[in-house]
Design a protein around this ligand. Structure first.
Ligand SMILES: [Zn+2]
Length: 63
């Protein structure tokens, strides 16, 4: 069984849709990952609900 889920989010810098692989075994994560399109650093906030479905918030590292 894999706890990795692929989630699509919209980059707040270039507005492209990007796919992220989220590790659902660690709820409430926050980490930085570069956008695969524009290479801007993005802060990702991952929450996993009781059903194991991840929801990902994304914001630019620099406001
Ligand atoms: Zn981007």
């Amino acid at each position: 069984m894999s706890l990795l889920e692929t989630v699509s989010v919209q980059c707040p810098c270039c507005w492209e849709s990007i796919e992220l692989v989220v590790d659902c075994s660690v709820p409430g994560q926050e980490y930085t990952e570069d956008c695969s399109v524009c290479c801007q650093p993005l802060v990702l906030s991952v929450e996993v609900d009781a059903a194991g479905e991840p929801s990902v918030g994304v914001r630019p590292e620099q406001e």
